[in-house]
Design a protein around this ligand. Structure first.
Ligand SMILES: [Zn+2]
Length: 210
C-alpha cells in the first residue's frame, strides 16, 4: 500500500503548517528552495500519519545515503515506512509506502525542451513524451535500481519492461506537472495499491489523527 500527494509547496505549508524545530540545511537555501524543502518533509510526514493513523512529525524523519552513509541527505524513512519526495519549481510530491519501497518524481510539463535535450527521440521512440519518460527514470534511480548514467541510456522499452517494479505516471493538471511513482516489489497492481490524496482530504484526515 502506498499513498501519494502532489501540491504546490505554498499550499502544503498553508494547509499543514511549517514543520517545528530548526532546519539548518533549509536555512542555507534561497527562500523558494527553502519552502520546497520544508513542504516536501511536511507532506511526507502528513501522508505517513494518514496511512498509519498515528502521528508522525518531521523530527521523526531519518535519511541515509546509500553512497557515503551520510545521514543529512539520501533516502528518507519514517520507522518501517518507505518515504520519498520530489520538488520542482514550487511543486512538491511525496509518497509513503507501507510494506513496499516507494519512490516519486515530479517535473513541470514546461520543462519539455530541457528534458528532450537529455532524452533524445532515439531513446523515446516516435511520439514519446520526454517529461513522462524522465520522471519514470528518475523514480527508478531514487529506488536505487538504476544509476543516473544508466537511466539516461535506456530505451523506453527497457524502462517499461521491468518486472520487479510497478509504476504509475500521470499529469497533475492543477500543478502543471508530470508525476511518476514506482513501487517495489511488484506483487500488487499499482492501481489497487496506490492512493492519491489531495490536500483537503489530508487536512481532514490529520485533524482526525491529532
Ligand atoms: Zn552521500
Amino acid at each position: 500500500m502506498a499513498v501519494v500527494s502532489v501540491a504546490s509547496s505554498q499550499e502544503v505549508l498553508d494547509v499543514l503548517g511549517t514543520p517545528p524545530g530548526s532546519w539548518p540545511r533549509a536555512d542555507r537555501l534561497p527562500p523558494r528552495d527553502r519552502q520546497d524543502f520544508l513542504a516536501a518533509r511536511q507532506l511526507g510526514v502528513a501522508l505517513a500519519s494518514y496511512a498509519t493513523g498515528r502521528t508522525w512529525v518531521a523530527a521523526d524523519l531519518r535519511q541515509s545515503c546509500p553512497t557515503c552513509g551520510g545521514t543529512d541527505h539520501g533516502r528518507p524513512s519514517l520507522g518501517d515506512l518507505s518515504v520519498s519526495w520530489s520538488h520542482a519549481a514550487g511543486v512538491v510530491a511525496a509518497v509513503v509506502g507501507e510494506g513496499v519501497a516507494a519512490a516519486v518524481d515530479v517535473q513541470p510539463l514546461a520543462d519539455v525542451s530541457a528534458v528532450a535535450d537529455v532524452l533524445p527521440e532515439e531513446l523515446l521512440g516516435p511520439g514519446g513524451d520526454p517529461v513522462s519518460s524522465w520522471v519514470r527514470r528518475e523514480a527508478l534511480v531514487k529506488l536505487g535500481l538504476l544509476s543516473l548514467d544508466r537511466a539516461i541510456a535506456l530505451t523506453e522499452d527497457e524502462v517499461d519492461g521491468r518486472d520487479d517494479t510497478t509504476s504509475a505516471c500521470w499529469v497533475d493538471l492543477p500543478t502543471g506537472t508530470c508525476v511518476a511513482v514506482v513501487l517495489r516489489p511488484s506483487s500488487q497492481r499499482v492501481d489497487s495499491s496506490l492512493e492519491t490524496i489531495d490536500t483537503e482530504r489530508l487536512r481532514a484526515a490529520l485533524s482526525a489523527v491529532h
